[in-house]
Structure formats: structure tokens, C-alpha cells
Design a protein. Structure first.
Length: 220
């Protein structure tokens, strides 16, 4: 067993090269990255953040659903890339929501990003089909992805895109030798999620070894 092999998905020299060539000069994002490091709060890996920004620019969504706000890092990236996007972001941890809202305020995006305190696994079922989205970014509790898939598909507009982060989960999803015992249930559920996602008749899906593993799916 390997304790979180940081090179399990992409070799270290490639990761280093990518990050050396994907720097940004945004002071707010830098401060959020530092806050996340100091407080052990997971945010999107740099490669994933860049991918998310580019995909949002390409899709140009009007409505976005984000599952897992954390400190608002991905919300801000998507809102800046999608100039007309309105984002509903769901977060279960009430302690971190004020931090996210403050960051969103500092970014000047209060009118386009709404942070809602909710357990997405339950909350999604209360959203009607009329509240459909052009894009969904799934970045909440990894063990819940499988249970949210049906609602994500239902709430996604035809031609809409579902992006799921951390699906390779430090390489554990792909290789039993990397599984840490306390993570076995999450890994099992992530494997079930990927199987269900790639076999969903409504979706066309690609799995990418990017960051901590990303899937991108389009609704047919």
C-alpha cells in the first residue's frame, strides 16, 4: 500500500512542467490558494482549474450548477470565464460558506454566484426539471457522486456538459495497490460512478488523467 502517491496519475516532472507554464498573476486567486494550503481545504488542482476555465469559455453557459463550493475558488474561475454565467453553488459545510461568500464579494461576483447551504445529495431531488443547467461541475463529497448522477443527468440541458473532478482520487480508483484502507468505500463508490457515467445512454463521456482525474460528459 502507498500513502497518497502524488505521482500516481501523472509523473512529477510533467506536473512540474505544466504548473511552471500555467502560472497566473491574480492576487485574489493566489490568496485563496494560500488560504486553502494553510487550512487544508481542497480546491481544484492548477491543471483542473485551467481546464475548467477554458471549458467554461467554450461552453459559454448561461446557467451553471456547482456541487461543492468550498472557498469559492472554482465558482470564481467559472464566473470569470463565462461572462454571462449565473452559478448556483451548493455547499454542505456551514463553517466555510462565509469564507466563500467573502471571496465572491471581493471578486465582485455577488450578483452572478449564489451560494446555498445544502446537502446536494438530497437537495438536487427538489430541483424541478424547469431549473435545468447548461453546465454542472461536480466537486462535492466523492462518495456521493454515484447517488447524484441521475439528478445531474435530469437537470442537465440537452447539449449541456457535466464535469466531475477527483474521479481518479490519487490513483486509488485505478489501482488496488494505491488504496488506503480508510478510503475503500469512497473508492468503491467512485468506481461505481465512473461505470454508471460511462454507460449512461444519455451521455457521451471522456475520462482524463488531469489533476486528480476529471470526466467530461455531454448530454446527447
Amino acid at each position: 500500500m502507498i500513502e497518497y502517491d502524488k505521482n500516481a496519475i501523472v509523473p512529477d516532472y510533467i506536473t512540474k512542467w505544466l504548473r511552471d507554464n500555467q502560472t497566473h498573476n491574480d492576487e485574489l486567486l493566489h490568496s485563496m490558494e494560500e488560504y486553502a494550503r494553510e487550512n487544508h481545504i481542497p480546491i481544484a488542482e492548477p491543471e483542473t482549474a485551467s481546464f475548467l476555465s477554458v471549458m467554461t469559455s467554450i461552453i459559454n453557459p448561461k446557467s451553471v450548477l456547482e456541487i461543492g463550493t468550498a472557498i469559492g475558488y472554482s465558482s470564481i474561475i467559472m464566473a470569470r470565464a463565462g461572462k454571462s454565467a449565473h452559478i448556483l453553488s451548493l455547499e454542505y459545510n456551514s463553517d466555510i460558506i462565509p469564507v466563500a461568500r467573502e471571496n465572491i464579494h471581493l471578486a465582485g461576483l455577488d450578483e452572478r454566484i449564489t451560494v446555498c447551504e445544502a446537502d446536494a445529495k438530497d437537495y438536487l431531488s427538489f430541483l424541478s426539471d424547469d431549473e435545468s443547467f447548461d453546465m454542472i461541475f461536480l466537486d462535492g463529497p466523492k462518495g456521493h457522486y454515484y447517488y447524484m448522477l441521475d439528478d445531474c443527468i435530469r437537470l442537465l440541458k440537452k447539449g449541456g456538459v457535466l464535469i466531475s473532478d477527483n474521479v481518479l482520487y490519487k490513483g486509488m480508483t485505478a489501482d488496488d495497490e494505491h488504496i488506503i484502507k480508510r478510503k475503500e468505500t469512497i473508492v468503491s463508490r467512485l468506481r461505481d460512478y465512473i461505470t454508471a457515467l460511462t454507460n449512461a445512454p444519455e451521455l457521451k463521456t471522456s475520462l482524463l488523467p488531469l489533476g486528480d482525474g476529471v470526466t467530461i460528459s455531454v448530454k446527447k
